[in-house]
Design a protein around this ligand. Structure first.
Ligand code: ADP
Ligand code: DP6
Ligand code: CO
Length: 360
């Protein structure tokens, strides 16, 4: 069909080891602290987004997991991502026109049909907003053929969902909070590629695939307004942890990596409980997993063998080195067999983004 352009890409999730929780600017999505995550392999968890653009489309529409979203025009975050990429496309169209190109399709002015699917539970604390918005922005960049870096894209994806900026890179990724009020320095930075620590793996334990009761966006706003502990975390705890975790990654020091990861997950959930009224993202099974991993770590010699972390939901992600993964799977399979459904095979390549498809 003439005048329809289409692109499909996929994007990975990332699971933070130093958590982002709190915004200093809710419309630009500027955080109250820096954070750091590991981008997971796309073998198990992935968003896949197809975007079509045509001058014949009457409106911009969005389908998420097969269901059409209503009120797309009022979806501020989606609109922020569309606005930013369309503006860049417009500049690109103008620059091509100035340099003598003719017949450049004015994609910046046409409506879009966006279709996205996650192959894992959405809004259940497994970072669907991260892979989802990273995928949206990356697909737009490809569709619009934007000459733009991953860092620049991370600042746009950040305006869809904060954690999405970190999914623009593979491996170990920091979101540097930045100082500027316009968000021009609040972006993702790759600390090390996935090849730096190939022994590190992540195991996903799905305790519940239900949509969480309190979205991350809503939860962190209540925390910013009411938690005293959050102020201590922002000023006294996170800066030191960011330094420590970068050092642990650089030296592949699993014990240090694990301790910071578990402490930071604990403090994030403590801050949720310190919110008034309190927010509970973990459940009894989540807490039982913490006890199991703690006992497992204390059962051997001085080093740790596993690190748990929980995002805003009851589901666990366990980081461990390859040599211990089988043992951990056996342990979890014994006590919590149903949580391992996603782990058909464990995985370790923290893949980045890639583009499939072509114009039709
Ligand atoms: P999660 O823990 O899964 O990140 P959040 O509460 O942060 O949960 O965000 C969930 C929201 O992210 C969804 O309700 C939806 O608005 C958005 N989202 C999730 N997946 C996608 C996707 N593939 N494309 C666009 N938006 C998505
Ligand atoms: C607990 O990025 O989902 O997963 O910016 O409001 O979309 P919004 O929130 P989101 O928050 C993620 C919180 C977290 C920790 C983290 O990923 O760093
Ligand atoms: Co999210």
């Amino acid at each position: 069909m003439a005048n329809i352009y289409e692109k499909t890409t996929t994007a990975p999730v990332n699971i933070a080891v130093v958590k982002y929780w709190g915004k200093r600017d809710t419309s630009l999505i500027l955080p109250t602290n820096s954070s750091l995550s590991v981008t997971l392999s796309q073998d198990q968890l992935q968003s896949k987004t197809t975007i079509r653009v045509s001058k014949d489309f009457k409106a911009t529409r969005l389908w998420l997991n097969g269901i059409e979203e209503t009120n797309v025009e009022n979806n501020q975050r989606l609109q922020a991502c569309l606005r930013a990429t369309r503006l860049l496309r417009k500049e690109y169209e103008n620059s091509l026109a100035i340099s003598g190109h003719v017949n450049i399709p004015p994609l910046s002015e046409w409506n879009l049909h966006i279709c996205s699917e996650n192959n894992f539970p959405t809004a259940a604390g497994l970072a669907s907003s991260a892979s989802g918005f990273a995928c949206l922005v990356y697909t737009l960049a490809k569709l619009f053929e934007l000459p733009i870096s991953a860092t620049d894209l991370s600042r746009i994806a950040r305006q869809g969902s904060g954690s999405a900026c970190r999914s623009m890179f593979g491996g170990f990724v920091a979101w540097e909070m930045g100082d500027n009020t316009d968000g021009s320095d609040s972006q993702a930075v790759q600390i090390a590629p996935e090849t730096h620590w190939p022994e590190l793996e992540a195991l996903i334990c799905v305790v519940s695939d239900l949509k969480k009761g309190t979205s991350s966006t809503e939860g962190m706003q209540h925390t910013v307004k009411t938690s005293e502990l959050l102020q201590h975390r922002i000023s006294k705890v996170v800066p030191e942890r960011m330094r420590g975790i970068k050092e642990a990654i650089k030296t592949r020091d699993f014990k240090k990596f694990a301790e910071i990861t578990m402490r930071d997950s604990n403090q994030f959930h403590a801050v949720c409980v310190d919110t008034f009224p309190p927010i509970f993202y973990m459940n009894d099974v989540s807490r039982a997993i913490i006890r199991l991993i703690t006992e497992y770590n204390n059962s051997g010699d001085e080093t740790y063998k596993a690190a748990y972390t929980f995002d805003a939901g009851p589901n666990a992600v366990i980081y461990a080195q390859k040599e211990n993964i089988k043992e951990i799977i056996n342990l979890l399979a014994h006590y919590f067999p149903s949580t391992l459904d996603l782990n058909k095979e464990y995985f370790n390549d923290h893949a980045g983004l890639f583009s499939t498809d072509e114009k039709i």
